[in-house]
Structures are given as structure tokens and as C-alpha cells.
Design a binder for this molecule. Structure first.
Ligand code: MCN
Length: 801
């Protein structure tokens, strides 16, 4: 636990599992989500999407649609090309032309080809059916391996290849590690394509005020001032200072609401053209087919090992399927670098990475972005090493885990893991699983026809990225480090108002940020009001602001701490002046400053009165006001010449253990037991941390067993509704047993680490358990997605051979 430090006046609320204050309005239906926003004169948009995965657009005729009563305007690719500038992809920027709508060519089924705006949504939908688009179908390419073949159809002809990024990284002496090894273990893995399915789909309301030249956009973007504002400003030619970004309450985002800027541009254009505020809300099919998907990756892995299970080094080749266009990518194909060796001590590693475009929905951030794929590969590799050597996978992990005495631990790629006890976490997991007893029972159960297996896996949940990582893709990328802004103000009632640049989507920020501010000010938590939502006219921000990469606590929370400290110092100065006491003799309790020597006291309310309207009472020379805007920035660096970089601020970790039973006749996996050990350092609100841990585990479990985007050879998405993209419900969830270790982080004032993503740990844990259950069939689990059909086929194939 954190001890009340100089950062906190006292520790009354930090560490307390308080109920989430925002939940009351959500469960009472009082949230203000995008579709709840009603404006006078609102018009409604509908987007017509391509039925083809790859085709030239020969002609778009909107004349019939425009004649339908109630239709206000129709925009096509030609209009967009004329009225906006294309976005700048991070790679091949001079060769890839990316607009907010298809121009000349479509590159995935579901890509926008026309947008209709009408008096109501139904009319807009009807009119879209009247838009006549003539396509010339082109052969699609729907998987990364085919896309790399020399004769593959090209998505972006000017690039001359579908490989849009290719980079190699070598750390340590990889060749020597391989020479010194007793065995080289080779395997190929596939990490499948899935995404998050927040309760609320994406929606935008844009209102361009022609008189003031101000564009106001209500949107659920998780980084409206980062990956949002600059793109919108550039595309539309509106200065950033004249764009107001408002985030309403957001019904979940999980990363995938980052790349919404193309839709912001499109809906803004509709508002500019019609002179009306315009609302567009994605339906579920659009969301599944054309929002953003998570990274799909193919791995070829070689591990150099000693007979005793020591891993000496690894060579990994990874091919990332990026979908039709790299928007935020290839960041996802790079940020495995935050967790290069996973939780393990091997120092020699080479990575060769290719990012490849295909005729599928573009890829973007998704909970565990870029890191869970890599850790799936590393964890599976460790399991394969164990099996090849005839060792227990837990034993091999104990041998290779980074040890607590090595913390803070510098990884081969320059990451600095900020504390933890990985062997202890594994021991706790094994204990919770009753691992040894289970292993003994397994043989007997098999005789009874029960195929029970146990798997363990680790993940690092890296929190608070360092944008300097983008310089490893483009040395001139205009971003580095990371920062956040917060405002703390004491109002005339002596209560605190807190505003911060993070964008809550369900993480409970109003509660945890109030806990931090209350303790940092010495005020009752009931007297701290954290402004909900985000509005660029009322909230402070930086170009890095937002809620992504598990960073709100360790950036937003620390910015609040900084602002509160500055306000507190001013409070103490005013109190010292009024009480005639030295600052060292003052103490704050519950919104009152006491002079420990004279027993005199003064309330925050009285101090605020002096600060705002009774200003003659202030110390000479002091400026009025009782507020601070604080910009927090940790000490991040740029990459060194060996491409080493500490890419993130904190490194939480989780160890998972799972027991499964596989039904040989159906291939169905039943989860018998699921245990988790988590260490995110100081927990500000343990109940919220548990919620995050459960949520991330549910997410990973859904991906492991149920959720997958499956395309046919023509690039048609076969899992485009909830009938076939199977999102698990509470019924499918086991009881997650969670225990915590609290090793304070060495990086921040409160010793906390981020906890929001969980690292996709269920994917390797469940794969491992399934492989263990199917040991008699000698089946290797190489895919991250293991639905009944796949397992059934594997079992039947192994029975034939
Ligand atoms: N917290 C805490 N103690 C810690 C760490 C965190 O009490 N040691 C609290 C924080 O104060 C915050 C919550 O836990 O209330 C999550 O904090 P943090 O780890 O900083 O993550 P963020 O708030 O930045 O959230 C982002 C993260 C990401 S990247 C995805 S994706 C994700 C996730 O959060 N999306 C979510 N969890 C989600 N949960 C919900 N309900 N909805 C989403 O869209």
C-alpha cells in the first residue's frame, strides 16, 4: 500500500473500494450518450457501403436519391476528393491516398461509397438504395500470405507491393545463443482477427456554424485531441482552435473508437454542405464490418534452448494483416516492443516484421493492442519448449521468469519493467489451481474418458505509452513522449472541481480521480466534483490526451495530483498569512487548515472567499484565484541507435491459470476453473481494479473460444451479425478467482500501474490448457481461436493418423 506521501495530505480514499459514482446515472438510464444528444434542426445521415471487397468505382449517380422528398444532400467520393485533403498514413504517405470515403476504388466490403443526409434516418436509408454505383470488380486478396505473392492484386498500386512496412530488430547475440543451444524449437502460430463490441456503436454529430466558422463535433473518439483533431483540421482546412470536440458518455470503446476521424470528417462535411447539424449512428452490422478490427498476425518462431529448459534466445518472424489501409498502423505491428521478451529473462532476440494490406476492414487499436498478439506467441513458444523437452510448462516458466531482485529490469529492447514478483505470481496461481493434485488426477480422468487440461500464462499490461516509439517507424514522426493535463479548482463553497484530458468510456474515472484529488487536497471526497465526459472548451488537454494504452491513471491521475498540489500550496500560503502561522505548523483535515500550535483554523471556503472576491485579504503580491492547470510529463526518451526504447511508463503483469475439459465428440471446451493473479502496484480503487481484471479476462476468453471475423475468398465478412460473431454473455463466463500482489511501481508518485487491458492473457492460457487436455492425441494448438469446430477437426484428424 502507498503510505501517505508528500503527494497526499492523508490517505483516506486512495486504496478504498468505493462504489463508482457515475454508475448511478448509467443504471438509471440518465447517461448522455451520443444518440441522446438532440439538437434543433438536426438532420440524419446514412452511409452507403461497398458490396465488393475490391473494385473500381466507375460511376456514382445520386440523382434519383436527391429527388426523394426529405433528402438534403448526397456526397460521393468525387465530392470528398474535391472538398477535403487526404489523411497522412504513417507509412508510404506519398503513395497511399486515404480519404474519409472511397475515391475511385473500394478496398474492402463495407467501405463507404456515398453518404446521404435527410430529414430523418429512414429517408436517408431509403435514399441510399437509390444511389446507383457502377463497379468494376477486381480480384480481392484476403490473407496476408497471398497478398505478399509477386502476382497478388495490389491494393495501393503506387506502393508497388502490398507490404507497406518491413523492419528488422536484433538485440543481443542471437546467433551465438543458437550455437550454444541444445535444441532449437520451431513452431508457427496464427493470431486471429477479432475486435471489441462495445454496447454503444460509433456515432457522430457535427455542426458547422457558418457564421462563426466553428465546427462542433460530438464523438466517442478515445483520443479526440490526438488522433482526431489534427486529422479533421487538416482534411477540412479548419484551424484546430475553431474545432470544438465534445465526448458524451461513451458506452465502451476498448481502443476501437480511436480511428473515427474519417467519420468525423465525413459527417462534418455533410453539416458544412447542408448548413444543419447532422447525426450519424453506426448500426451493429456496420460496426462489425467497417469499424476497426484487431491485429491478425502470422508467426514463425524459433527458440534456442538448453536441455534444462533455459531459453537462450528467439528468432521471430511476424506478418501483420493490416486490412485495407494503414491508418494508425503499423503502430500495432511495432508495439510488441513494449513487451519484447514477455516476462522472461532471455536477452537475445531477433524480430522481423512485415505489415501487409489486404481487402479487409482496416485494423486499429483494440484492448491489448499489439502486445497481446506478441505475448500469445511468446507464451505458446514457452509451452512448446516445455513439451519438446518433456518438462512441465510451469517449471520452464519458473526457470525463465525475471526475478524480483532483478527489478527494475531492462529488457533487450530497452523497456524498464517497474517492479513485481513474477515467480510469486506463478506460485500463487499454481496454488489456487491445486496444480500438483490436478496433474496427478489427470491420468485417472483420462481413463474415465474425461480430457481435462491445465494451462498457465503470463502477460505484461504495459500502461502509458511513449509516443517516441513512432520514431521507430518514421524517424520524423512529429510525436514523442506522452503527457496529460488536469485542472483543479476550489470554488467559493470550498469544494473542488476537477477536469482532465482523459476520455472515460466506463473505467470509473469520476470515482478514482475524485479519490486522488480528495486525498491530495485534504478534502472529503463528497466535496470533489470530477467533470464528466470531455469538452475541449471546458477541459484542459494536450495533444496526447485521451484514454488509451492503459494510461488514464498514470497520466491523468498524476496530472490531477500535480494540480492539486499547486492549489494546496496556495491554500497553505493564504492560511499562513491569515493565521499568522508558519506553513510548517499547518495541517489540512477535511477542508480545514489548522495551526497545530495556536489551534486556530480556517476553512477552504473562507480561503476561497479571499481568493475570488475578498482579495485585499490575500498575502501581498499574490494573484487571485484558487486553481491550477498542471501538465504532467514523465521522463521519456527517444530511441537509441540500437532501436532500444523504454516505450511505456508502467508494466503491470497478470498470471492466469485455467482448467478446461474438452469434449471429444463436439470439440467444445468447458472452463472448469479460472484463476488470476494481478499486480498493478498500488490499487487506487480495488473494486474498480477487480472490474477491469474481470472485464479483460472476459474479453480474452471470448476471443479465445467464441469471437472471430471470418472472411470468405471474395472478401465477404461471414461473421457480420451477433448470430455468427459470437460475443459471450455472463452465462459463458466462469467464476474468475482473483488475487493481488501490490508491488509499488518505481515510476510514479503513488506507486500505481495501469490495469485496463489485461494483455489478452486468456488466449495463451486457454490454448495451453486445451493442448494439455489433448496430450494423448499429440495435438499442437497453434491458433489463438479455438472454437468447437476447429478442435473437433483436429481431434478427428489425429485419430485418423
Ligand atoms: N485503477 C486503479 N488502480 C490502479 C490502476 C487503475 O484504481 N493501480 C483504476 C483507474 O483509476 C481507472 C481504471 O482503474 O478508473 C482503469 O485505469 P487505467 O488502467 O489507467 O486504464 P484507462 O482508464 O486508461 O483505460 C483504458 C483501458 C483500455 S486501453 C481499454 S482498451 C479498455 C479498458 O481501459 N477499455 C475499456 N477498460 C475498459 N473498461 C470499460 N468499461 N470500457 C472500456 O472501453
Amino acid at each position: 500500500m502507498v503510505s501517505a506521501s508528500v503527494e497526499l495530505v492523508e490517505q483516506k480514499y486512495v486504496g478504498l473500494g468505493m462504489r463508482r459514482r457515475e454508475d448511478l446515472r448509467f443504471i438509471q438510464g440518465q447517461g448522455m450518450f451520443l444518440d441522446d444528444v438532440k439538437l434543433p434542426d438536426l438532420a440524419y445521415a446514412y452511409i452507403l457501403r461497398s458490396p465488393y471487397a475490391h473494385a473500381r468505382i466507375k460511376r456514382v449517380d445520386a440523382s434519383k436519391a436527391l429527388r426523394l422528398h426529405g433528402v438534403l444532400a448526397v456526397l460521393t467520393g468525387e465530392d470528398v476528393k474535391r472538398m477535403t485533403k487526404p489523411f497522412h498514413p504513417m507509412v508510404k504517405a506519398d503513395k497511399i491516398t486515404d480519404y474519409c470515403m472511397a475515391v475511385d476504388k473500394v478496398r474492402f466490403a463495407g467501405e463507404p461509397v456515398a453518404a446521404v443526409v435527410a430529414e430523418d434516418r429512414a429517408t436517408a436509408e431509403d435514399a441510399a438504395e437509390l444511389v446507383d454505383v457502377e463497379y468494376e470488380p477486381l480480384p480481392p486478396v484476403t490473407n496476408a500470405e497471398d497478398a505478399m505473392k509477386p502476382d497478388a492484386p495490389l491494393l495501393h498500386e503506387a506502393v508497388g507491393s502490398n507490404v507497406v512496412w518491413h523492419e528488422s530488430f536484433v538485440w543481443g547475440d542471437v546467433e551465438q545463443a543458437f550455437r550454444k543451444s541444445d535444441l532449437i524449437v520451431k513452431e508457427s502460430f496464427h493470431f486471429h482477427r477479432f475486435s471489441s463490441t462495445p454496447s454503444e456503436t460509433v456515432g457522430i454529430i457535427a455542426h458547422y456554424d457558418h457564421n462563426l466558422g466553428i465546427l462542433t463535433v460530438w464523438n466517442p473518439c478515445i483520443t479526440p485531441m490526438g488522433a482526431g483533431l489534427p486529422q479533421v483540421s487538416e482534411a477540412l482546412g479548419i484551424p484546430t482552435g475553431k474545432i470544438r470536440m465534445i465526448s458524451p458518455d461513451i458506452g465502451g470503446a476498448f481502443g476501437i473508437k480511436q480511428n473515427v476521424y474519417p467519420y468525423i470528417v465525413l459527417v462534418s462535411l455533410l453539416s458544412i454542405v447542408t448548413g444543419r447539424p447532422v447525426k450519424w449512428v453506426e448500426d451493429r452490422r456496420e460496426h462489425l464490418a467497417a469499424s476497426t478490427h484487431g491485429n491478425e498476425v502470422y508467426y514463425d518462431v524459433e527458440a534456442a534452448v538448453r536441455k534444462d529448459g533455459t531459453i537462450l534466445g528467439a528468432k521471430i518472424k511476424a506478418v501483420y494483416d493490416e486490412g485495407s489501409v494503414p491508418r494508425y498502423e503499423p503502430i500495432g505491428a511495432l508495439i510488441w516492443i513494449q513487451v519484447t521478451p514477455g516476462c522472461y529473462r532471455f536477452k537475445n532476440i531477433s524480430m522481423e516484421v512485415k505489415a501487409v494490406v489486404t481487402n479487409k476492414c482496416p485494423v486499429g487499436p483494440n484492448r491489448g493492442y499489439g502486445r497481446m498478439q506478441h505475448m500469445f506467441c511468446i507464451e505458446r513458444m514457452v509451452d512448446r519448449v516445455a513439451r519438446r523437452l518433456g518438462l512441465d510448462p510451469a517449471e520452464v516458466r519458473f526457470k525463465n521468469l525475471i526475478r524480483p531482485e532483478e527489478m527494475p529490469y531492462t529488457t533487450p529492447s530497452g523497456g524498464v519493467y517497474d517492479g513485481g514478483d513474477y515467480p510469486k505470481a506463478l506460485a500463487m496461481v499454481l496454488d489456487m489451481l491445486k496444480y500438483n493434485e490436478l496433474k496427478k488426477e489427470q491420468a485417472q480422468l483420462r481413463k474415465e474418458g474425461k480430457f481435462v487440461g491445465v494451462g498457465v500464462a503470463f502477460a505484461i499490461d504495459s500502461g502509458g505509452n511513449n509516443f517516441s516509439q513512432a520514431r521507430l517507424i518514421n524517424p520524423n514522426a512529429p510525436v514523442s513522449g506522452n503527457s496529460e493535463a488536469a485542472m483543479v479548482r476550489i470554488d467559493e463553497n470550498g469544494q473542488a472541481i476537477v477536469a482532465v484530458g482523459t476520455i472515460p468510456q466506463g473505467q470509473g474515472h469520476e470515482t478514482t480521480f475524485a479519490q486522488i484529488a480528495a486525498d491530495a487536497l485534504g478534502l472529503s471526497v463528497e466535496k470533489v466534483f470530477v467533470l464528466p465526459r470531455f469538452d475541449s472548451q471546458t477541459h484542459p488537454f494536450t495533444g496526447n490526451s485521451g484514454t488509451y494504452a492503459t494510461r488514464s491513471l498514470v497520466f491523468g491521475g498524476y496530472a490531477i495530483l500535480g494540480a492539486a498540489k499547486e492549489v494546496r500550496e496556495k491554500i497553505l500560503q493564504i492560511a499562513s498569512h491569515r493565521l499568522g502561522a508558519s506553513i510548517n505548523d499547518l495541517e489540512i483535515r477535511d477542508g480545514v487548515v489548522y495551526d497545530k500550535r495556536s489551534q486556530g483554523s480556517i476553512t477552504f471556503q473562507q480561503i476561497a472567499n479571499y481568493a475570488y472576491r475578498n482579495t485585499v485579504m490575500l498575502p501581498p503580491g499574490m494573484r487571485p484565484g484558487l486553481h491550477s492547470i498542471y501538465y504532467y510529463k514523465p521522463d521519456f526518451k527517444l530511441p537509441d541507435e540500437k532501436k532500444r526504447l523504454n516505450c511505456t511508463l508502467t508494466y503491470s503483469y497478470q498470471a492466469h491459470g485455467v482448467v478446461v475439459e474438452v469434449d471429444l465428440e463436439t470439440g467444445k471446451v468447458q472452463i472448469k476453473k479460472y484463476v488470476i493473479v494481478d499486480d498493478c502496484g498500488t490499487r487506487i480503487n480495488p473494486a474498480i481494479v477487480d472490474g477491469q481484471v474481470f472485464g479483460a479476462a472476459a474479453h480474452g476468453l471470448g476471443a479465445a473460444l467464441y469471437e472471430s471475423f471470418i472472411y470468405d475468398r471474395n472478401g465477404q465478412l461471414l461473421t457480420s451479425t451477433f448470430m455468427d460473431y459470437l460475443v459471450p454473455t455472463a452465462v459463458e463466463m466462469p467464476n474468475f478467482e482473483v488475487q493481488h500482489i501490490e508491488t509499488p511501481s518505481t515510476t510514479g508518485p503513488l506507486g500505481a500501474r495501469g490495469v485496463g487491458e489485461g494483455g489478452g492473457t486468456p488466449l495463451p492460457a486457454i490454448a495451453s490448457a486445451i493442448e494439455d487436455a489433448l496430450t494423448p492425441f499429440n495435438i499442437t494448438i497453434t491458433d489463438s481461436h479455438n472454437p468447437p469446430e476447429r478442435l473437433y477437426r483436429l481431434i478427428k484428424a489425429s485419430q485418423k493418423s
